[in-house]
Design a protein around this ligand. Structure first.
Ligand code: AMP
Ligand code: MG
Length: 484
């Protein structure tokens, strides 16, 4: 049976500086533990064939499929504000799968062995974190948030060494590309202007149709990335997603969420929410994400200056003008999303105050973010811990009065709210439970059930009820880790 790989390798045709050609390091005895059949089909792959030994060898890096030209990508990045050379230290791009409709998707093996960019790292990944990325990235996709996807996880049959010995694994990651802000920083710092231009042209060609009509195609490029990131980060905020490590190498040009290391969803609403054990200053706290987005985009703009205009001052002016749009664009997306979450079809001046008042009440009274909107959607005030809070009851009356001002019926309001407020999110304690069953006991059924429930977060089905339960107080605070 043929897996139907259909590779092209456009990235490999960029100047040599942007990558190192090399094959994955083979592993001992790979086993497929999870395969994303729906995603496989949409990529034009044969899901049945992907479960064969031959395909498992591909997912493990033991066999290079026909047409693939494996490589590790070079990039730089600001990590917690400090600029450094990075690159794929444990990931190998096999090539680009050309899907049936002509779309191009990077197929990348994460945890596939050392590369010239590994520095001190072992090039490997542990099973738990790869399954975690699988669950959360697929949940994000189902929530309607642009993201890299997860095609498969294989165990390697090898042990890797972190604080303890852990089972090794490789994740096959799918992305519309792995171009990052850090790729441009790398080009600007170590490449020639011609190489930077080649990279920008490549990104335009790959992601931004319509650039041919633009007066200044590199300004258009910057504006488009700004637009996509504003929308993406607004979507994160609306579902309570904390990325956790918004370094510039972890911000894509395509506008997809990437790098599911220390990320997690917030239970209790709090702007200061941080899960990552190394983020001691709260640089990447929930409430800071929009500002960090703007900071990262400024780093992109700086890298693009030589392309924006021959005159540096004019280039800076163009960049600043484009960047100044980011807060507005972000605010527009966020406000539109918040209005939808509260069933508002029309726009009133007082909406912002109404929304922020609710959020402030949630923050003061430590309300669960997802469940507050879920209960409002279901109109189950009596189930809400907030229902005994006087300010909240007053807020609720104001909100009801606001809804009366629009022509839409109650049914229409509830429909909008159901489509805008997920009934469930991948709650940390449920994700951990699924990972423990899989990693400790080889039982993947808990994870399969969780994935099933998360595959349609707006369903409001009875099977989802159990996943809506917030964690027991003993499960808090939840901590996540980098470099897993
Ligand atoms: P991240 O925090 O995942 O964005 O990773 C930062 C950098 O460290 C990237 O260049 C990664 O490729 C690299 N890296 C992370 N883990 C490993 C590892 N186990 N071996 C080699 N490189 C790694
Ligand atoms: Mg990264």
């Amino acid at each position: 049976m043929n897996a139907e790989w259909n590779f092209d390798n456009s990235y490999a045709r960029l100047p040599d500086r942007f990558f190192s050609k090399l094959s994955p390091t083979p592993v001992q005895s790979p086993e497929l533990v999870i395969l994303n059949r729906t995603l496989a089909e949409s990529l034009g792959l044969n899901a049945e064939a992907l479960a064969s030994d031959e395909s498992i060898a591909v997912f493990a890096g033991n066999r290079i499929p026909e047409g693939a030209e494996p490589l590790a990508q070079a990039y730089a990045g600001h990590q917690f504000g400090h600029f450094t050379m990075l690159g794929d230290g444990r990931a190998i791009l096999l090539g680009e799968q050309m899907a049936p409709k002509g779309e191009r998707f990077d197929i990348q093996l994460k945890g596939a062995g050392r590369t010239p960019y590994s520095r001190g790292g072992d090039g490997r990944a542990a099973l738990g974190p790869m399954l975690r990325e699988y669950i959360i990235s697929e949940a994000m996709h189902a929530l309607g948030i642009p993201t890299t996807r997860s095609l498969a996880v294989v165990t390697t049959g090898e042990v890797i060494y972190r604080e303890t010995e852990l089972p090794g694994a490789i994740l096959t990651r799918v992305a519309s590309s792995h171009l990052r802000v850090g790729t441009f920083q790398y080009a600007a710092n170590w490449g020639t202007v011609e190489e930077l231009r080649t990279l920008a042209d490549y990104a335009l060609e790959r992601h931004f149709s319509g650039f041919e009509e633009a007066q200044n195609r590199y300004l258009f490029f910057l504006q488009e990335v700004i637009r996509r990131q504003a929308e993406l980060i607004a979507k994160w905020q609306l579902v309570g997603f904390v990325h956790g490590v918004m370094n510039t190498d972890n911000m894509t040009i395509s506008g997809e969420t990437i790098d599911y290391g220390p990320c997690a969803f917030m239970d209790t609403y709090n702007l200061a929410t941080v899960f990552s054990s190394i983020d001691r200053q709260g640089r990447y706290a929930y409430g800071n994400q929009p500002y960090i987005g703007g900071w990262n985009l400024t780093r992109l703009a700086e890298s693009l200056l030589p392309l924006l205009h021959d005159d540096e001052e004019q280039a800076i002016e163009l960049a600043q003008e484009a960047l100044s749009e980011f807060p507005n664009l972000y605010q527009q997306h966020w406000l539109r999303g918040m209005r939808a979450k509260l069933g508002m079809y029309t726009e009133e001046e007082q909406d912002i105050a109404l929304i922020t008042d609710l959020l402030n009440i949630m923050q003061t009274h430590e309300a669960d973010y997802t469940n507050t909107f879920r209960a409002l959607t279901l109109d189950r005030l009596e189930t809400m811990p907030l229902s005994c809070v006087k300010e909240f009851r007053e807020w609720h009356e104001r909100w009801q009065a606001r809804l009366q001002k629009q022509p839409q019926s109650t049914d229409e309001v509830h429909e909008l709210m159901r489509n805008s407020n997920p009934a469930i999110i991948p709650r940390n304690h449920r994700v951990e439970e699924a990972l423990e069953a899989a990693v400790e006991r080889g039982d993947y059924s808990v994870m399969e059930r969780l994935l099933q429930a998360l595959s349609n977060p707006y369903a409001y089905s009875p099977e989802q009820n159990e996943y809506a339960e917030p964690p027991a107080p003993s499960d808090r605070p939840y901590r996540t880790f980098c470099g897993t």
